[in-house]
Design a protein around this ligand. Structure first.
Ligand SMILES: C[S@@+](CC[C@H](N)C(=O)[O-])C[C@H]1O[C@@H](n2cnc3c(N)ncnc32)[C@H](O)[C@@H]1O
Length: 230
């Protein structure tokens, strides 16, 4: 059954599909398993977690990746705060975020803890173990002005076929400029122009097994660390 509101088509109960981009916010198979495979394992997480570790993300969507990362951080027992910054042009309504997140029983405690913040339209959440920032606006503009670097990037801006703007070489240059030395990026796409853009930006890029029906995904590591401070 499908119903539609706020530019969202709901499929299979609680999987949101963007009518603007004609693409699901997460896998119709198992969004949490995909996040763990692509974005966590794809960035060697939780193994690389350490105090102050900074994840940045293109495309905040439902907040699923944030919840999965915080859940993994807590399970790993790391002292201090996980920094998580996400760039989002079209923030979802709080009730839509809650509906999408309700699909994932494992994440229910962390989802319930953060839910009041979404209702309040929070753009910054500081907890004992989390420092979250939502940067609203078109990432092609907002990332340029971001004064930080991340250890790991989640590149999650809908499929390149549906939203090519968020995968262009100049944006990949900005991702590299905002990556710490030895930092990584991961994405579910193995599209050639995305891999070439990451390579041109200074990443070493590899194509590895994707999640579910996707044969391949992309992992990238930034060896070079001599870019000027953003
Ligand atoms: C696949 S969804 C992200 C899913 C999300 N990471 C999650 O955990 O649910 C892609 C997101 O990219 C956002 N987006 C698309 N174009 C954008 C742009 N130019 N700048 C910033 N965000 C953009 C969309 O609004 C959407 O929320």
């Amino acid at each position: 059954m499908q119903d539609q509101q706020d530019g969202i088509d709901w499929r299979d109960g609680d999987v949101p599909v963007s009518t603007r981009f004609d693409d699901p916010y997460f896998s119709l198979e198992d969004g949490l398993a995909e996040t763990r495979h692509v974005f966590l394992a794809g960035n060697d997480l939780p193994a690389r977690f350490c105090c102050g570790f900074h994840i940045a993300e293109l495309g905040f969507g439902t907040g699923l990746n944030l919840l999965a990362a915080l859940h993994a951080w807590r399970a790993a027992g790391i002292a201090g705060r996980l920094a998580f910054t996400s760039f989002e042009a079209f923030p979802m309504a709080a009730q839509d975020m809650r509906r999408a997140q309700s699909r994932f029983a494992d994440l229910a405690p962390v989802a319930a803890e953060l839910a009041p913040h979404w209702t309040g339209g929070a753009q910054r959440i500081v907890l004992g173990d989390l420092d979250f920032t939502l940067v609203t606006g078109d990432a092609r503009k907002t990332l340029k002005a971001w004064p930080h670097r991340a250890e790991a990037w989640f590149l999650d801006g809908f499929s390149p076929a549906k939203n090519p703007e968020l995968w262009q070489p100049d944006l990949m240059q900005e991702v590299a400029r905002h990556t710490a030395k030895g930092g990584t990026a991961a994405t579910y796409t193995a599209a050639g122009f995305v891999r070439r853009g990451l390579e041109a930006a200074g990443f070493s890029v590899s194509r590895v097994a994707g999640y579910g029906r996707k044969r391949h995904m992309t992992r990238a590591t930034l060896a070079r660390g001599d870019a000027p401070t953003p």
